[in-house]
Ligand binder design. Structure first.
Ligand code: ADP
Length: 389
């Protein structure tokens, strides 16, 4: 048996999952042995002073279920890393040089990459003998063609500062698009075309043609695209200049506005979709507008990605909202019979597996995401290749 520890290290929390996986090439047969989250890292009064202490806490939690983090049974550690820039479009075995390159990408993800690196550093110190693999949120989007990845701004400025569309949630889009492709009926010769709608607190859409990502809604940062819990998604960049000139807002204030006080929260005061939908049911006009803006944006992206792909075999909903909100799915895809998209009301209400009508040319499905499993698979894939190569 192969045991893989997956670590998702954030600035104030460290999530982990220990998986037992079937040997390559059948890593699908994965069993979750333990999982948890160490919270409040480095906060005042917290017993967890830093990421080193957080990993000690993980070791203690695993020991409590009978697994030593120092066990020879542990085969590898897989780390989530948010930004791989242009350097990393594949999961990568971590060496000193790789860690340095991830560090050099900090300007592209100032909140995330340092926290991811902190997790990598403590885990490498704890188990220097083990292969450790970085799995990047941006990697799956590395196949997006230049026409979709390029912003129409001055080329030299863009190149000098790494300004392009990178995309995020790639691990989820990779996992869900592959699972969804299995549901395709009669795909074309290049393989199934899938639109993935990942709707959690953050949200992003992607278009995947025959397993390759060709377009995604998040850009240089995770701010672009869909309406999210607290993020605006797309706005006219002119809004930023306007707020600066007319309201005297500085760059930090605008950053805070668009990332933390916008989206569902900004529109109606609630960022939790469950709360928004309770208010919608009660006829609250602010919540109704927030929900309508959310679904309208989503519908617009479905149409755009339909055109990008030419034909669509499967549309997959995932993430807390995608997996649980029948109302969002209904409002996003209703009235699209002309595009061959027909939901089945009962299946949508049940919200498991296929939710399209039997005569819907495009299949629609609810596909629960599993980013940790995907990180474990990719980690195993890298170490198997290394072993064999
Ligand atoms: P994260 O991106 O942090 O992993 P999740 O994928 O868990 O977040 O998604 C969180 C979102 O899912 C929240 O907006 C929450 O309200 C929403 N959600 C969870 N369950 C339901 C439900 N039954 N109906 C509507 N929304 C739900």
């Amino acid at each position: 048996m192969t045991h893989i520890l997956v670590i998702n290290s954030g600035s104030s929390s460290l999530k982990y999952r220990l998986l037992s996986v079937g040997a390559w090439p059948a890593p699908q047969a994965a069993v979750r042995l333990a999982s948890g989250t160490v919270e409040r890292i480095g906060e005042p009064g917290s017993p967890v002073a830093d990421h080193g202490a957080a990993l000690d806490a993980v070791a203690a939690e695993l020991a409590a279920v009978g697994f030593g983090l120092d066990s020879p049974e542990l085969t590898a550690i897989g780390h989530r890393v948010v930004h791989g820039g242009r350097d990393f479009t594949e999961p990568t075995l971590i060496t000193d040089e790789v860690a340095e390159r991830i560090e050099r990408l900090i300007p592209l993800a100032p909140l995330h990459n340092p926290a991811n690196l902190a997790g990598i550093e403590v885990a490498r110190r704890f188990r220097p003998d083990l292969p450790q693999v970085a799995v990047f949120d941006t990697a799956f989007h590395g196949t997006i063609p230049a026409a979709a990845a390029t912003y129409a701004i001055d080329r030299e400025t863009a190149e000098r500062h790494g300004v392009r569309r990178y995309g995020f949630h790639g691990t989820s889009h990779a996992y869900v698009s592959r699972e969804a492709a299995e549901l395709a009926d009669r795909p074309g010769p290049g393989g199934p075309n899938v639109i993935v709608l990942h709707l959690g607190n953050g949200a992003s859409a992607s278009a995947v043609a025959g397993g390759r990502c060709v377009e995604t809604s998040m850009g240089l940062t995770p701010l672009e695209g869909l309406v999210m819990g607290t993020r605006s998604g797309d706005v006219d960049p002119g809004v930023l200049m306007h707020l600066h000139r007319e309201a005297g807002m500085g760059i930090e204030q605008i950053d805070e506005l668009l990332n933390r006080r916008s989206g569902l929260l900004g529109l109606c005061g609630d960022n939790d979709m469950r709360a928004v939908e309770r208010r919608v049911a009660a006829g609250d006009p602010e919540a109704e507008l927030a929900h309508a803006v959310y679904c309208h944006r989503l519908r617009k992206y479905v149409g755009a990605y339909y055109a990008v792909l030419g034909t669509v075999d499967v549309i997959a909903f995932t993430g807390g909202i995608g997996e649980n909100s029948s109302l969002v799915r209904e409002r996003t895809l209703s009235g699209l019979d002309g595009l061959g998209i027909v939901l089945d009301a009962d299946r949508n209400a049940a919200g498991k597996g296929l939710i399209s009508a039997d005569d819907s040319r495009v299949r629609v499905a609810v596909v629960p995401t599993d980013e940790e499993l995907e990180i474990a698979r990719q980690t195993l894939d890298v170490i198997s290749r290394t072993d064999r190569g």
